[in-house]
Write a protein that binds this ligand. Structure first.
Ligand SMILES: Nc1ncnc2c1ncn2[C@@H]1O[C@H](COP(=O)(O)OP(=O)(O)OP(=O)(O)O)[C@@H](O)[C@H]1O
Ligand SMILES: C[C@@](O)(CCOP(=O)(O)O)CC(=O)O
Length: 461
C-alpha cells in the first residue's frame, strides 16, 4: 500500500539546570527545547520499471556517505521486526548508524504489532538545522546567506557536534514520522496527548537501546514535549526487555509503549506550566569549538557521590533548591504585569547554581565548570543585558548557555566579546586555543510537530 508523504520535526535541547541531579528521580531538571530542529521526511520509494524493492532507505544528505539501506522481516516467536543493513560496508561496521537502525526496528516492530505486519518500502530523509554542528570557519565568515540545511561535506562521525542533543531529536522525529506514515490517524495522532505519550515511550526505549544505557531521558522528553520541568522515569521500565528478534520482544515493546502488562504506567513527570521565559529575555548558546568531551564524566561524578554522600548530599539539596528557584522566578517574572520587577532575583539564582556546580566540580575532581569556562561565563555576565550564564547538562567543554535581554545591543556586544575571545581548553593537561561563537538558536516551547513534506523539495535526494 502506498502512503502519503509525511514530515515530522523535533527540537534540540539544553538542560539549563539539573545536570547529574536529574539522573535521580528525587530531583528535577529544567530543560529548554531549542529552535534547532531535526526534520524527517518519509515517502514512498520511487521504483523504476515497476520493480518494488523490499527496502527502507535512509539518507542524511548533509553528510558524506550517509546513506543506509535496510532489509526487514517479521521474526518468529514474537521477536518483532528485525532490520538488516544491506550494504557491504555496514557488514564491516564501517558505516552503521546505530540510532537510525535501532529507531527503525523499534518503530517497525510496534507498527507491525498494532496494525499490519506488512510494511511497505519507504525512503526516509533526515535534515538537521545547521546549529547542531559547528559551522566551518570559511562558511561562518562568508557574507553569503547559508543554505537552510548546510552540506557539511564530511562523514557524520567527523562533524563537530555542538551538544544540542542531535540523537534524541533524530530518534524522536524519525519515530514520529514513521508512526505518522504507517498508522492511520485513528490509531495514532501526534496532535493528541495519547499519541504524544506513545511516541515518548517508544522514542525513550529506542534511544536508550541505541545508547546502550538508560540515561535520564530529559533530551527525548524535551524533543517530544518542548521546554519543561522534568522528573525522570524509573530506570526499571526500560531495563528488562529483550533485543529485537529475540522471543517476546514485540509484546514487551507494546507493553512499554502502551503502559500495559508488567511495565504498567510510566512515572515520568513533565511540567510544561512550570517553565516560562519572560518577555524581553531569551536564551543563547555559545559554542566552544575546540570543545573536547571528557568521557566518563557522569560515571566519575556518580562514583564520587556514592563514596562521599556526606559531601555530595548537601550540594544536591542546595542545587535542587537553586534550580527550582530559577524556574519559579522566571515564571513569576513572565506572569507579572509589573515591568519594573527587575532581574536581580533571577541573577541570584544563576550565581547560586554556578556556586553549586563549582563545588560539585571541585569535590568530585571532574571538570564540570572548568576554569576556562568560568572565565568565559564571567566575561559574558559582565556584558550589560546578560542576566546569567551556566555550563548546561554535563558541563565540560560543550557550549555554554546564557539568559540575556533580547536586544540588538546586548547581542552585538556579546558577539564582539566572543569574536576576540581565545578559549583555552585544558585537554589532557595541554592547552588548546579555539574559537567561541554564538549559535543562532534560542529557546523553543513546542516539541515534536508535523511539517509540510513539500517544504523540503530541494533538499530531498
Ligand atoms: N543528521 C543526522 N543524520 C543521521 N544521524 C544522525 C544525525 N545527527 C545525529 N545522528 C546520529 O546521532 C549520533 C550522535 O549522537 P550523540 O548522542 O553522540 O550526540 P548528541 O545527541 O548530539 O549529543 P549530546 O547529548 O551531547 O547533545 C550520530 O552518531 C548519529 O548516529
Ligand atoms: C549528566 C546528565 O544529567 C546530563 C547530560 O546532559 P548533556 O548531554 O551534556 O546535555 C546525564 C543525563 O541526564 O542523562
Amino acid at each position: 500500500m502506498v502512503h502519503d508523504a509525511v514530515a515530522v520535526s523535533a527540537p534540540g535541547k539544553v538542560l539549563l539546570a539539573g545536570g547529574y541531579l536529574v539522573l535521580d528521580r528525587a530531583y528535577t531538571g529544567l530543560v529548554f527545547g531549542l529552535d534547532a530542529r531535526i526534520h524527517v521526511v518519509v515517502e514512498d520509494i520511487q521504483t523504476r520499471n515497476g520493480v518494488t524493492l523490499n527496502e527502507i532507505v535512509v539518507n542524511s544528505p548533509q553528510f558524506l556517505g550517509a546513506v543506509w539501506e535496510y532489509g526487514y522481516r517479521l521474526t518468529e516467536r514474537d521477536g518483532g521486526i528485525k532490520v538488516t543493513p544491506l550494504r557491504v560496508d555496514a557488514d564491516l561496521n564501517l558505516n552503521r548508524n546505530v540510532f537510525v537502525e535501532t529507531a527503525l526496528s523499534y518503530a517497525l516492530t510496534y507498527i507491525a504489532t498494532v496494525s499490519s505486519p506488512v510494511i511497505s518500502p519507504a525512503s526516509v530523509t533526515i535534515l538537521a538545522d545547521n546549529d547542531y554542528y559547528s559551522t566551518p570557519a570559511d562558511v561562518a565568515n562568508s557574507s553569503a546567506t547559508p543554505p537552510r540545511f548546510h552540506n557539511f561535506g564530511v562523514p557524520i562521525s567527523k562533524a563537530h557536534k555542538t551538544g544540542l542533543g542531535s540523537s534524541a531529536a533524530l530518534v524522536t522525529a524519525f519515530t514520529g514520522a514513521l508512526l505518522t506514515y504507517y498508522f492511520p490517524k485513528r490509531i495514532l495522532d501526534l496532535s493528541t496527548d495519547s499519541g504524544l505519550r506513545k511516541l515518548h515511550n517508544l522514542a525513550q526505549a529506542a534511544h536508550c537501546a541505541a545508547q546502550g544505557k538508560v540515561g535520564s531521558g530529559f533530551d527525548v522528553a524535551s524533543a517530544v514535549y518542548g521546554s519543561c520541568l522534568y522528573r525522570r522515569f524509573s530506570p526499571s521500565i526500560l531495563s528488562h526487555h529483550v533485543e529485537p528478534g529475540k522471543a517476546k520482544f514485540a509484546s514487551q515493546l507494546r507493553d512499554i509503549v502502551e503502559e500495559t502488562g508488567e511495565t504498567g504506567s510510566w512515572d515520568t513527570e513533565i511540567r510544561k506550566d512550570a517553565v516560562k521565559v519572560p518577555k524581553g529575555l531569551r536564551l543563547v548558546m555559545c559554542d566552544v569549538s575546540c570543545g573536547s568531551q571528557t568521557p566518563g564524566m557522569v560515571k566519575q561524578v556518580l562514583a564520587w557521590r556514592k563514596e562521599e554522600p556526606e559531601e555530595a548530599d548537601p550540594i544536591w539539596t542546595e542545587l535542587q533548591q537553586a534550580n527550582e528557584s530559577l524556574a519559579t522566578e522566571l515564571k513569576a517574572l513572565a506572569e507579572s504585569a509589573e515591568t519594573a520587577l527587575g532581574y536581580d532575583r533571577v541573577r541570584q539564582c544563576f550565581t547560586r547554581i554556578r556556586q553549586g556546580i563549582r563545588s560539585m566540580s571541585e569535590k568530585s575532581g571532574v571538570p564540570i565548570e572548568p576554569p576556562s569556562q568560568s572565565e568565559l561565563i564571567d566575561a559574558c555576565e559582565a556584558v550589560p543585558g546578560v542576566i546569567g550564564g551556566v555550563v548546561p547538562g554535563a558541563g565540560g567543554y560543550d557550549a555554554i548557555s546564557l539568559l540575556i535581554q533580547d536586544k540588538d545591543e546586548t547581542v552585538n556586544q556579546l558577539r564582539k566579546l566572543l569574536a576576540d575571545w581565545e578559549f583555552k581548553g585544558e585537554v589532557d593537561g595541554e592547552e588548546g586555543g579555539g574559537r567561541v561563537s554564538m549559535l543562532g538558536v534560542r529557546e523553543e516551547m513546542v516539541g515534536v510537530r508535523a511539517e509540510d513534506p513539500k517544504a523540503y523539495g530541494d533538499y530531498l535526494p
